[in-house]
Design a protein around this ligand. Structure first.
Ligand code: NDP
Length: 330
């Protein structure tokens, strides 16, 4: 069985030398554990943070050890109550082909209810992030004009579509290529979208949202956040989900220069972590799964094959190679 180890803490953009694909023995499960053959692995932007030593809301990956991440696989041996060989489970021991997981940390998923990969994306962690961040943190309400960055990504694409389905007055998205912009407008039903590489974000946002925005869902930080503050209407809310534009910075990035605008608009900026919102999980699935099944909410996945390409897939997320959720298929 092969697994990915972190060898050294990346400075700036992660380099292949910071990692190694290592051969490891397959253990049999102990009491209360299952052995899982992983089928789908998740690679996510937050993993960049765990590669650094800095203390955060999750512990850093340990040097010389296998990394972790979301994964879905099939139980091939079980000594855990309620889990049998042949069951499929969602768990957190990704970046490896086989994993021994405590039954307590494995959530049974139904391969007949939805494709297995969707438990990592549209019906999984990134989906709940979109749902909780928009509806709870940004306190979205019908009639709001919503702007989301990273809009062709896993979280962003779902934010814009949930806003549309729940009666937003206007949904605006930004993404990093002409194809992604086309997808947003033509498939996801955004009212307007722009490529942030085509010109200053503030100007492009003003053109796309001439009446301003009530909600900004931030996946990117930097110029996007400053532009959103500049276009914020009275009582506007900004949910800070991620700031992918700064994850590889070696120096702290400058903050938005126009924060004073929050005074006149009575605007609010609030960060959130999906981990605090799992109480919404069943409500989220109840509401969103039917939209996915009916095609009212569309999703994309970018699937990379093979454990040997796990690292490249992760780097691809930071570069923007993906449309929708980036998944590694084993
Ligand atoms: P995505 O599927 O959105 O992939 C990341 C995307 O970011 C890329 O496809 C790329 O698209 C875009 N990107 C990369 N660099 C830049 C840049 N400099 N400026 C603008 N866009 C950039 O990932 P996720 O949906 O998984 O995550 C989206 C965000 O949400 C991330 O910031 C992540 O950290 C955050 N997150 C936060 C959670 C929380 O609990 N708070 C939970 C899950 C995710 P493009 O081609 O458009 O540039």
């Amino acid at each position: 069985s092969r697994e990915w180890h972190l060898l050294s803490r990346p400075v700036g953009w992660p380099k292949p030398e910071d990692f190694a694909l290592v051969e490891a023995e397959v253990r049999q499960p102990g009491e209360g554990q299952v052995l899982v053959r992983n089928k789908y692995l998740s690679v996510d932007p937050y993993m960049r943070g765990r590669m650094s030593a800095a203390k955060s809301y999750v512990a850093p990956f340990e040097l010389g050890k296998v990394m972790q991440g979301g994964a879905v696989g099939e139980v091939v041996a079980s000594d855990a109550e309620g889990l049998s060989v042949g069951d499929h489970v969602l768990h957190f021991s990704g970046w490896r082909e086989y994993a021994v997981v405590s039954g307590k940390n494995a959530v049974k998923v139904d391969p007949d209810a939805a494709p297995l990969s969707t438990y990592l994306g549209v019906l999984g962690m990134t989906g709940l992030t979109a749902y909780a961040g928009l509806l709870r943190t940004a306190a979205f309400k019908e009639g709001d004009a919503v702007f989301v960055s990273g809009a062709a990504g896993a979280v962003g694409g779902q934010v814009g579509q949930i806003a549309r389905l729940k009666g937003a007055s206007r949904v605006i998205g930004s993404a990093g290529s002409a194809e992604k912009v086309k997808l947003l407008v033509e498939e996801y039903g955004f009212d307007a979208a722009f490529n942030y590489k085509d010109g200053p974000v503030s100007e492009q946002l003003r053109a796309a949202a001439p009446d301003g925005i009530d909600v900004y869902f931030d996946n990117v930080g930097g110029d996007h956040l400053e532009a959103a503050i500049g276009s914020l209407n009275e009582g506007g809310r900004i949910a800070v989900c991620g700031m992918i534009s700064v994850y590889n910075n070696t120096e702290p990035a400058p903050g938005p220069k126009n924060l004073a605008r929050l005074i006149q608009t009575r605007g609010r900026i609030e960060g959130f972590l999906v981990g605090d919102h799992y109480d919404l999980q069943s409500q989220f699935v109840r509401e969103v799964a039917p939209w996915v099944a009916s095609g009212e909410l569309k999703y994309r996945e970018t699937v990379v094959e093979g454990i040997e390409n796990n690292l490249e897939a992760f780097l691809g997320v930071l570069r923007g190679d993906n449309t929708g959720k980036m998944i590694v298929k084993l």
